[in-house]
Design a protein around this ligand. Structure first.
Ligand code: PAF
Length: 283
């Protein structure tokens, strides 16, 4: 398994692979890899000749008060996991190579970036869309893999690829959960043992919301019960959002009698740790 650290080397290597007719599958990550990431890598391994994984903690998708500095970093552990999955190459760029002094260009997907997490993390999705565009230009993949745990991110990336005519297939893969239902996330590492136990309230609330929806409750009623359940957990310090949304526009749903699919989504803090999760319900 190769590790390339400069954009120039990566671009040259990608050009050579493409000239040889290789199909490239790409998994962008910020490292601290868990089973969720590895499920994307396994899918990429099945679908493509070459699998490239990037590891880059992207500063421009973190707000000034967010966890950029303490975000878990473990290149050595990540490399072992990726080697075991048969990954061909890790791209591990340096911050100054990605954003040199004088960097001025950003990608913004309007409206859908401002809803849900975007309303609470201004500039976050602009940072994501920008770095993913840069990584796509550097690696030139045929396919790129994203987890549905970050549902809004997948909607934004698909829209960006469509609007900017990027010739890349976006593949989304199901959320991987711990045995008690907690969605896998690198940020779960921040949770103290009692917070880790409390975090199961998120998945339990998603399941209950799904059940209530199927009993034909009105969205407002389901939302109220979701907030009640989440607030009943004393270690939940704040709730950014919880409710039912349109899976494409991400707007809150007022009536789902005509809908085929509904997104149930939650973002909250347990202690200082912000966690998100979601579920798509087919009606
Ligand atoms: O989902 C993530 O880990 C990040 O947002 C991504 C796509 C790697 C961009 O930094």
């Amino acid at each position: 398994m190769k590790v390339l650290k400069t954009i120039k080397e990566m671009q040259e290597h990608a050009r050579t692979l493409i000239l040889k007719g290789k199909i490239i599958g790409f998994v962008p990550t910020m490292g601290a890899l868990h089973e969720g990431h590895l499920s994307l890598v396994r899918q990429a391994r099945k679908d493509n000749d070459i699998v490239i994984v990037s590891i880059f903690v992207n500063p421009i998708q973190f707000g000034p008060q967010e966890d950029f500095a303490r975000y878990p970093r473990d290149l050595e552990g990540d490399s072992i996991k990726l080697k075991n999955e048969g990954v061909d190459l890790i791209f591990y760029p340096d911050m100054n190579d990605m954003y040199p002094v004088g960097y001025r260009t950003f990608v913004e997907v309007q409206e859908i970036s401002e809803r849900l997490c975007g309303a609470f993390r201004p500039g976050h999705f602009r940072g994501v869309a920008t770095v993913v565009t840069k990584l796509f230009n550097i690696i030139k993949p045929h396919r790129a893999y994203f987890g549905l745990k970050d549902y809004q991110q997948t909607v934004i990336i698909k829209k960006m690829v469509q609007d900017l005519n990027m010739d890349i297939e976006i593949i989304t893969c199901p959320t991987v959960r711990e045995p008690d239902g907690l969605a896998m996330s690198s940020r779960n590492l921040y949770l103290k043992p009692d917070e880790r136990r409390a975090a199961t309230v998120i998945y339990r609330t998603l399941l209950e919301a799904e059940r209530l929806m199927r009993e034909f409750r009105k969205p407002e009623g389901v939302k109220t019960i979701m907030f009640d359940r989440l607030r009943s957990e004393p270690l939940v310090t704040s709730i950014d959002y919880a409710g039912l949304y349109d899976p494409e526009t991400l707007e809150e749903i007022k009536d789902y009698s005509e809908k085929e699919e509904v997104l149930i989504a939650i973002a909250l803090r347990i202690g200082d740790t912000r966690l998100i999760d979601n579920m798509i319900v087919k009606l």
